[in-house]
Design a protein. Structure first.
Length: 246
């Protein structure tokens, strides 16, 4: 089980540090074989989170990275620097990056490649825009995965990836997608991933306490948002993951 949380741009640096300390205490106090955790703060908070999280076994990721490793790209952050700071994961292709910042399949593919060649694990976010049947969602997501891996495959660059299924219509909603839909889509993505060498598939999109128990047989973990900004909620979800792993 892989359990992680993205802070997006909700928490200040001081709030992030407090959250990370609380979560590190929780994780360090109940380490369970088969359960891994990660946190994805804003860029400036990464070094502090690595320092706090590493001793407890909480990995740290970044919310984005540049398509390039070096250059005159004001405001960008390279995968090499993220790796140097101690990042393990980097989020790529989130629906907000696509919608707000206009990231295309080609940009997402370039960022996946940048992550892999710098030794980072891209968390490749996929998901359909409108609510529909599971079969259509699977087809859409498989297309996004293939597009996202295209540049790395063309260059022969390998490495670990994580697939995060986040139906766009469920992001920020009051409730996640229903359990039956999640099981059907994530189960199919896991089957396809296994055929291609294997990559864990985690669910995001308004995920919170109580969901993992319903979908555990079809997913490899959860990618949490605002429902995990309370360390107590993160503890509850970690307890669920521990029970599932056992």
């Amino acid at each position: 089980m892989l359990i992680g949380a993205s802070h997006k741009m909700y928490l200040s640096h001081a709030q992030t540090v407090r959250w990370m300390r609380d979560v590190a205490d929780i994780v360090g106090g109940q380490r369970t074989p088969g359960v891994m955790t990660f946190a994805i703060p804003q860029f400036p908070s990464i070094p502090a989170c690595v320092e706090i999280g590493a001793p407890a076994g909480v990995a740290v990721g970044a919310q984005d990275l540049s398509t390039d490793d070096v250059g005159a790209l004001t405001g960008e952050v390279s995968g090499g620097v993220l790796a140097e700071l101690g990042c393990r994961y980097v989020e790529v292709g989130h629906a907000e990056r696509r919608r707000i910042f206009g990231e295309t399949d080609e940009v997402v593919a370039a960022k996946v490649h940048a992550a892999l060649r710098n030794g980072l694990i891209p968390i490749l976010c996929v998901g359909e825009e409108r609510r529909g049947d599971a079969a259509a969602a699977v087809d859409h997501c498989l297309g996004q995965i293939a597009a996202g891996l295209a540049a790395a495959r063309a260059a022969g660059t390998g490495g670990e990836i994580v697939v995060a299924y986040e139906p766009v219509w469920a992001i920020g909603a009051a409730e996640p997608a229903d359990a039956e839909h999640i099981r059907a889509v994530c189960g199919a993505l896991r089957d396809a991933s296994s055929a291609g060498g294997g990559a864990p598939v985690i669910y995001g999109g308004s995920a919170g306490p109580g969901l993992l128990t319903q979908i555990a047989g079809a997913v490899d973990g959860l990618f949490l948002g605002r429902f995990a900004h309370d360390p107590a909620a993160f503890r509850a979800i970690l307890d669920e993951a521990t029970a599932v792993a056992a």
